[in-house]
Design a protein around this ligand. Structure first.
Ligand code: HEC
Ligand code: HEC
Ligand code: HEC
Length: 91
């Protein structure tokens, strides 16, 4: 029983370690207006892979085309979230 509890604690610790440092909100610089989004809400489902790919989520640099494909792509598919320039790019 003690062993089981210890194992559960290790798993819980590993999970919280993976989430440590994950920002609540993220702002990406763009010359036509910075893009801010709620990182916490976007990762509530716990599916980090969608944006970060395989492995431990860390610093992520998207750039224009990959960002538009990823961000707008999902908003279009889900019919939720901004798809117009000015809804993401705020001056
Ligand atoms: C909708 C896309 C998306 C999802 C889903 C997502 N992230 Fe992120 N995350 C980003 C972006 C974009 C950045 C980079 C922001 C920047 O360039 O400053 C980032 C940055 C981070 C950083 C900061 C890295 C650093 O040192 O600057 C961590 C840690 C992180 N994410 C963890 C997570 C975890 C853990 C999950 C899953 C629970 C997750 N992310 C899900 C898009 C996402
Ligand atoms: C769903 C949110 C979203 C929408 C909608 C969107 N963008 Fe973006 N855009 C981004 C993100 C995120 C980046 C990448 C920023 C980065 O990598 O730092 C970006 C990057 C760019 C860049 C590059 C800026 C630079 O400084 O390199 C341009 C130009 C741009 N977008 C124009 C547009 C135009 C024009 C539209 C409308 C047709 C549009 N965007 C719609 C999120 C969006
Ligand atoms: C896997 C799907 C998915 C991806 C990938 C995704 N989004 Fe979203 N996003 C959503 C959904 C769904 C909503 C609507 C949430 C709501 O209305 O409650 C949303 C809402 C938003 C909003 C408005 C509310 C808020 O969170 O501020 C912004 C801004 C936004 N997304 C930016 C982005 C940017 C920038 C990226 C890429 C780095 C991105 N999203 C990637 C699904 C996604």
């Amino acid at each position: 029983m003690k062993k089981l509890l210890a194992a559960a604690l290790i798993v819980a610790f590993a999970a919280s370690a993976a989430f440590a440092g994950a920002p609540d909100s993220v702002t990406m610089k763009a010359k036509n207006g910075n893009v801010t989004f709620n990182h916490k809400a976007h990762s509530a489902a716990g599916d980090c892979k969608v944006c970060h790919g395989e492995g431990t989520p860390a610093k992520l640099t998207l750039g224009k085309d990959p960002a538009h494909k990823l961000c707008k792509g999902c908003h279009e598919t889900k019919k939720a979230g901004p798809t117009k320039c000015g809804e993401c790019h705020k001056k």
